[in-house]
Design a protein around this ligand. Structure first.
Ligand SMILES: Nc1ncnc2c1ncn2[C@@H]1O[C@H](COP(=O)(O)OP(=O)(O)OP(=O)(O)O)[C@@H](O)[C@H]1O
Length: 483
């Protein structure tokens, strides 16, 4: 089991995960010897896996697809294979660790499975989304292979951001993920961990906004027995200690108090921590991924976020655009989650044209999380196989109606704010008009940069200080146009 050393402690757990997978899975080491065969494969091939482990695939399955993947180093997809008197469709991929080839993995289905799949697909073809899937899936395939199962996107900006992950994951660079609530920051953090050399070690998420300030310190750094009233006997490990050798995901880091930020910075710099009420320094080896929806740059100016911590956590930034700015993703996510619910509830349902239109045009402020909730609500409530608008949550329908009513007003605001013109009757007062021009320029820069203040400052070519002075001066006007 040479290359599985990374999971030594978790091998039983990993085996039970693979055994729970319905697809047939086989793994060989770099010499082609079988090191793992899951339960489905054992049953499907009608073999005794204990007898196969340690034997070479060349001997037991000559010309098999797994050997092709091992010898060429190239993934093999949808390969037909006739062995053990059965027809199989096989996918196989080489396995690498730190850039070295360590083996190969294959999954297969046999003819009867394929027939079942075909039947369910035939049923689906009445659903126009299947055409969508077939036409557009190649774009999803642009994602790194390992991420396909997790992050669904065909938005070029997001795909570009995600393509960095593969290169960065194996390093220990700290990462800051930015984006609104529900855009997928945590899914991406998990992916970074899974693609890193720390995979198989702990991944510990903590939401800094969800834990009361008084408890956050001991949650993060742990405490010793007697540290405070109610402290457990023998003390307790904090999230940082639990994440040792692995990754900690600090969600909503902008909500952490200034005092805790200072403590966190010390821990990150010194790579050791002292539990609350303790004196012993505990060495730490933790990769930090943080996420925020806040404008940390203006928090630094307002002295609510420490600049030194900002540079410490911001080795690299990923910005995930909100769902309303990647409309194409709404469709693929709908497709994906309808499929997921069809497995979960053992039923197949599609969206009516009207409900589909509503979701595509809804501003979905809760992003992917809201889309999933709304869809599941509709899926469960729909009387037949078509989800109607009336099956969606009331709040979603009301939100959409309010948004539609607001459109003419928003459009007129946009026109007003983005053009600076003077009619004959307008005042020519210099100072008054200069102020209007400043507001129009700032609003335009903020809109063009998706409200990213650093980018807006660059576009405007003015200093940070001067930008924030104007933001303060015209706060009311700017927030009116941006609303
Ligand atoms: N691109 C995506 N593909 C598939 N599922 C996604 C995608 N983005 C988000 N999701 C799903 O949406 C839900 C919300 O995602 P997640 O918790 O990662 O968002 P978040 O940005 O971390 O939210 P918050 O800031 O509120 O913590 C999860 O169920 C996640 O699996």
């Amino acid at each position: 089991m040479s290359f599985l050393f990374a999971f030594e402690e978790d091998q039983t757990f990993l085996s039970s995960i693979f055994d729970a997978i319905h697809d047939c899975v086989k793994i060989v080491d770099k010499d082609g010897n079988f090191i793992f065969i899951n339960l489905s494969a054992e049953r499907n091939m009608n073999i005794d896996r204990e007898e196969w482990i340690g034997k070479n695939a060349k001997e037991l399955l000559p010309n098999s697809v797994i050997l092709d993947a091992l010898h060429t180093g190239i993934p093999q997809f949808h390969k037909h294979s006739f062995v053990l008197n059965k027809n199989f469709i096989v996918h196989a991929s080489p396995l690498t660790l730190n850039g070295d080839l360590v083996g190969a993995i294959s999954t297969h289905k046999d003819g009867s499975e394929i027939e079942k799949l075909k039947e369910s697909f035939d049923h689906f073809t009445i659903n126009k989304y299947i055409n969508y899937l077939e036409n557009e899936l190649h774009l999803i395939q642009m994602l790194p292979l390992e991420m396909k199962d997790f992050v669904i996107s065909k938005d070029s900006t997001l795909i570009h951001e995600l393509s960095k992950i593969k290169k960065l994951a194996p390093t220990d660079i700290s990462i800051l993920i930015r984006g609104e609530s529900g855009v997928g920051k945590e899914v991406i953090a998990k992916n970074i961990h899974q693609l890193s050399n720390r995979m198989g070690k702990p991944y510990i998420p903590i939401n800094c906004a969800a834990i009361p300030e008084a408890l956050l310190e001991s949650e993060l750094f742990g405490y010793e027995e007697g540290a405070f009233t109610g402290a457990k006997k023998n003390g307790k490990k904090g999230k940082f200690e639990l994440a040792n050798k692995g990754t900690i995901f600090l969600d909503e880091i902008g909500d952490m108090s200034y005092h805790l930020q200072a403590k966190m910075l010390r821990v990150l710099q010194q790579k050791e921590l002292v539990r609350v009420g303790g004196s012993e320094a505990i060495p730490l080896d933790v990769r930090v991924i943080a996420a925020t929806n806040q404008d940390l740059e203006s928090m630094i100016i307002n002295n609510t976020f420490r600049e030194d911590l900002y540079y410490r956590i911001n080795g690299l930034t990923f910005t995930i655009p909100p769902l309303r700015e990647r409309k194409m993703d709404i469709d693929v996510l709908i497709l994906h989650y309808l499929k997921e619910f069809s497995y979960k509830y053992n039923k197949q349902k599609r969206l009516s044209q009207e409900a589909h239109h509503l979701l595509l045009n809804h501003s979905l402020l809760g992003n992917v999380r809201e889309l999933i909730n709304v869809l599941e609500h509709g899926f469960v409530l729909a009387e037949n196989d078509e989800i109607q608008i009336s099956d969606l949550p009331k709040s979603c329908i009301e939100g959409y109606m309010a948004q539609e009513e607001d459109i003419p007003q928003r459009r007129s605001k946009e026109i007003e704010a983005s053009s600076f013109t003077l009619s004959d009757s307008d005042s020519l007062d210099f100072m008054e008009n200069m102020s209007k021009l400043e507001v129009a320029l700032i609003v335009k820069a903020l809109k063009r940069s998706n409200n990213n203040r650093s980018k807006a400052i660059k576009m405007l070519g003015i200093s940070r200080q001067s930008f924030y002075d104007r933001l303060k001066k015209y706060e009311k006007e700017i927030s009116y146009y941006l609303k």
